[in-house]
Design a protein around this ligand. Structure first.
Ligand code: SF4
Ligand code: SF4
Length: 383
């Protein structure tokens, strides 16, 4: 296993981190529960084969992921690993809730401290409230009391708001989405350089875009096939993020032991280190990115000119998920993420067809009709 330094916090962390958002599941009717025995086996296998970084969150797997991780690591393994978990603003109805949620998390994780505690999923829409309610200051109290060792945030959104959040506080770490498709999407690769300059540990999530980059469509595979060294779609995608020197850990949300073993093998290679990509490999990845993007069905550029919608519909987010389904030939992962939009009251079913957004769209997208199409394709995930 390759190890890296965790920004100015200085932890030695495995370059591969195990994400606990996609643990193996058992579906029972309209309910899905974690397959605990298989999850234990995977978590313990990871901890015993060089992975010393585990990421979970208050809400993953209907609030059961933390408990599964805690039980799997209880005892000697816990002291050998870094545990990171997150609390979302949505769970912090009152200031008292912030402390109660952390206390509950510590019980679930069967530990007396969290290595890094994040404010979950900061974005432009909630940043003002986080500042106003002094949530970072609450976290500082927890650190002073020894309940957490460091404070960080996970982020989904565009670069300008990321810059603002990063500059606001002396964060121990930040976690952003990055993969070979998203170099210019979300916070973009510029966010990686900014975090690195600040000495903030940087953790990458969604390096495989929810697993979608693992199975390239024929048009993409044909590009990979031109290269003399044969690699899986998974390895190409991981190597894209391994290449950045600013990155401390790359999270993989594995669902099977086989996926975990494949990941460990890739991250244990001698050349799985920053700067691993040759010029030719960088150019192959750029062509792969263009090919994927050419498969998009709705020409939404995520410019957000159509927002805000009076009903709260997250128009670019919905189109992004729909396009992912078309691009990758599977709606599994987009459906899961759309389910969270439904819980957050921002899904397409809320559209009242007022037409305000269509007048503002520079791409002249028939948004109302396309939202209906996307909703039909994306609804129905069971969690
Ligand atoms: S048409 Fe629908 S999505 Fe567009 S602004 Fe009106 S309610 Fe929102
Ligand atoms: S204005 Fe059009 S292109 Fe821009 S985010 Fe909205 S739907 Fe997408």
């Amino acid at each position: 296993m390759q190890y890296r330094t965790y920004g100015k916090l200085g932890f030695k962390v495995s370059a591969l981190g195990m994400g606990c958002m996609r643990l193996p599941r058992i579906i029972r009717g309209n309910e899905a529960i974690v397959d605990v025995e298989r999850a234990f086996e995977m978590i313990r296998y990871a901890a015993d084969h060089g992975v010393n970084y585990f990421d979970t969150a208050y809400g993953y797997h209907n609030k059961t992921s933390e408990a599964v991780l805690g039980e799997a690591l209880e005892g000697e393994r816990r002291e050998k690993v870094t545990i990171v978990t997150k609390q979302p603003l949505g769970a912090m109805a009152t200031q008292d809730d912030i402390r109660k949620n952390l206390e509950n998390t510590l019980k679930k994780l069967r530990t007396s401290y969290i290595d890094v505690y994040l404010i979950h999923n900061i974005g432009k829409g909630i940043w003002e409230e986080i500042k106003q309610r002094k949530i970072i200051e609450e976290y500082e109290k927890f650190r002073a009391e020894g309940m957490i060792k460091a404070i960080g945030f996970s982020y989904h959104g565009q670069l300008p708001a990321f810059q603002e959040v990063l500059a606001y506080y002396d964060w121990g770490m930040c976690q952003i989405q990055q993969n070979l498709i998203d170099v210019k999407n979300e916070a973009t690769e510029e966010a990686i350089h900014l975090a690195g300059k600040k000495g903030c540990a940087l953790v990458i999530m969604e390096p495989l875009r929810g697993g979608s980059l693992a199975t390239p469509p024929d048009a993409v595979q044909a590009i990979y096939n031109e290269y003399p060294v044969k690699r899986s779609g998974v390895e190409w995608a991981f190597r894209h993020v391994i290449n950045y020197p600013e990155v401390s850990t790359i999270l993989s949300g594995v669902s099977t032991l086989e996926q975990l073993k494949e990941d460990i093998e890739i991250f244990s290679k001698e050349d799985a280190v920053p700067g691993c990509l040759s010029k030719e490999e960088v150019s192959i990845i750029a062509r792969v990115r263009e090919k994927y993007l050419s498969l998009k069905s709705i020409p939404c550029t995520a410019c957000e000119y159509c927002l805000p919608c009076p009903k709260g519909v997250n128009i670019p987010g919905i189109f992004g998920r729909y396009n992912d389904g078309v691009m990758f030939g599977s709606y599994d992962q987009p459906r899961r993420s759309y389910m969270f939009m439904s819980r957050g009251n921002s899904d397409a079913s809320l559209c009242a067809a007022c037409g305000a957004c269509e007048k503002k769209c520079p791409q002249h997208i028939d948004i109302i009709d396309k939202l209906k199409t996307a909703h039909e394709a994306l609804k129905g995930w069971i969690e």
